[in-house]
Design a protein around this ligand. Structure first.
Ligand SMILES: [Zn+2]
Length: 218
């Protein structure tokens, strides 16, 4: 089974710059062509990325951060804890990282923040119901047989992560396996049967587990 924690480690690490007109962005140039100024270089982006991933998904308690059942942590508190560890890591830089994250890994709401997916801690996220009729899961040849027979279950994570497209599922799985097998999930029928599936981002849908009757190997 694909270990999502490993997947998270493969962050697309790119420096963050800030355009005076369009705000923070990843890479060399803003969409408008301006270079802007450097906010965080690659190494610092990676450090903060790993830190908040740990804080919001895996070990908030170890950092003394109170986390709500829906995964929210106080933004100022998180910034303080981060700043104690990395003196250069300011709240402003943290926000630049969140806002420029192309995958929408984190959600900012006023003075609170949460990870949208990737939790290993027990949370009960409250996103809207998925509307994709079909969802996809990529896995290795060996795991595919087990999954088709037993269903998809979360491993070392709170939720099973499904992709909105077969391409995305393949991309995610190819980090761990050379020729991923794509399993199609009949999400519409599963949801009609009462299985909750929630939309974490445009690309990622979370669910507790998917029984084998909704699975089809592509
Ligand atoms: Zn710009």
């Amino acid at each position: 089974m694909i270990n999502y924690l490993c997947r998270v480690a493969h962050l697309t690490i790119t420096m963050i710059r800030e355009c005076p007109e369009h705000g923070p962005f990843r890479g060399e140039r803003c969409v408008c062509g301006k270079e802007g100024h450097l906010v965080l270089d690659d190494a610092k982006t990676e450090k903060i990325g790993r830190f908040i991933s740990g804080a919001l998904r895996h070990f908030p308690d170890d950092l003394g951060l109170a986390i709500s059942s829906k995964g929210w942590v106080d933004l100022n508190l998180l910034s303080e804890v981060m700043h104690e560890r990395y003196r250069w890591a300011t709240k402003k830089r943290l926000i630049a990282l969140i806002e420029s994250d192309e995958k929408g890994r984190y959600e900012l709401q006023g003075e609170r923040i949460r990870a949208r997916y990737g939790h290993s801690i027990d949370v009960s996220l409250d996103f809207k119901q998925n509307t994709n009729p079909k969802l996809y899961y990529g896995t290795s040849q060996e795991e595919a047989d087990i999954i088709i027979e037993n269903g998809i279950k979360p491993v070392k994570q709170r939720y099973v992560h499904l992709s909105a497209s077969a391409e995305k599922a393949s991309e995610v799985a190819s980090i761990h396996t050379e020729n991923p097998i794509i399993i199609e999930v009949d999400a519409k029928r599963a949801q009609e049967d009462g299985l909750p599936m929630i939309q974490a981002t445009d690309e990622i849908v979370l669910t507790d587990a998917v029984p084998p009757e909704y699975l089809n190997r592509l």
